[in-house]
Design a protein. Structure first.
Lengths: 143, 88, 143, 88
């Protein structure tokens, strides 16, 4: 199984290169980076943790679904561990002979990753608070 | 004579992120009367000290795949309780 | 006016870096590469030529439209001259605090570039033919 | 006494890619009876030797922006006849 999760910085070039081929003329890429703000609060840094075994399996399912649904080659990398502002948290790349398929596959993968992959984010704020981010609800301070 | 259905099922429960913090552990063994569902396991965890602070209907995964609360559990299943995910 | 057209190879990293900022957490990128086939024929290489003065102006209009329509920073580079198979012909990058805006702006720019920017492509085929590519019609041999 | 409208307008015509090949030149000066439209200029170019092989309604640009065939031309305008574009 390819390693979708990594504790090392993700390098854009090799991820894009991994889906390119002479038959595929269009590549759509999404990069998610650590923002310096969240719901109006200044973020200093964050930590991603994961249920690694399941996250790898779920990433593999998502990539397979995209490759089955569109004629595209798809790559996905998600970083875990401690990240600073501007660090790349996730990269999705999808290459196809048709740019519509490349965009659609790329978009599908990032949306499904956000919904389905068991990864959690703890943000450290400038005001000293530490919060487990819950995209489904209002923020609540961590215990 | 047919084999009797087992009277109990033991599963490994995994807790992550805020749920692990809430319960003070990230892994525990749980034995339930059979047949048992994911919801039964959640109820079992919530009956532990501090467990009532976990939601009654959390996201769960069984053996590395998302599961419904109504799914049945088998011996040695790995059941994970998943706080709201925030990857991507 | 920034140089949207270039005769030099386009490097992905700097284009992406030019739109990233700590406020913008999502970056959508499109790369168009030279394919080794076109309508069933083997392509060896190609040449892009342009009405440079107008192409620069039209690229600038398109990027400005995207930046006005979505809260996104947008970059665009298009290569001209002789290209080989797999070479990058165009890169669009759009960064935003919201990935929907990043995808939409990126998609808008590449679609408009294809429609509106006066750039022409001459393909050299394995069978010796040389063709001005016309995306709006059946291929016709060049004079 | 009002100034008389000019009787003629001279524009610079630019040809690109296959159109330049067809006509054997990429630039020419064209003087038209005023008032003149983009379509009049196209007709003027198509009346030149070999010009009938150009389409009757090509894409055109006036002064670096896409133009309609019905747009009027002014003295010293730069009129470009654009073959089907294939960038991206």
């Amino acid at each position: 199984m390819p390693g979708y999760l990594t504790a090392e910085p993700i390098d854009l070039g090799p991820v894009v290169a991994s889906v390119e081929s002479p038959e595929r003329g269009g590549t759509a890429v999404f990069l998610g980076q650590v923002r310096n703000h969240h719901e109006g609060r200044a973020v200093l840094r964050l930590e991603y943790s994961a249920y690694v075994e399941m996250a790898e399996a779920e990433c593999n399912r998502i990539v397979s679904e995209a490759a089955a649904r569109w004629p595209a080659a798809v790559a996905l990398r998600h970083r875990v561990g401690a990240l600073g502002i501007g660090d790349t948290a996730v990269i999705v790349a999808a290459a196809s002979a048709h740019r519509e398929a490349a965009f659609a596959a790329c978009r599908y993968v990032i949306e499904q990753v956000k919904r389905r992959v068991p990864i959690w984010k703890r943000e450290f704020y400038a005001d000293g608070a530490v919060v487990w981010v819950d995209p489904t609800a209002k923020l609540q301070p961590a215990g | 004579m047919p084999a009797a259905a087992p009277a109990a099922v033991t599963v490994r429960v995994l807790l992550f992120a805020s749920y692990a913090e809430t319960l003070g552990t990230d892994s525990l063994s749980l034995t339930l009367a059979a047949p048992a569902t994911v919801a039964d396991a959640v109820a079992g965890v919530r009956a532990l000290p501090g467990g009532h602070r976990l939601p009654a209907k959390p996201l769960c995964a069984r053996n590395l795949a998302h599961a419904a609360l109504t799914d049945f559990l088998a011996e040695d299943d790995q059941l994970a309780m998943l706080p709201p995910m925030a990857g991507g």
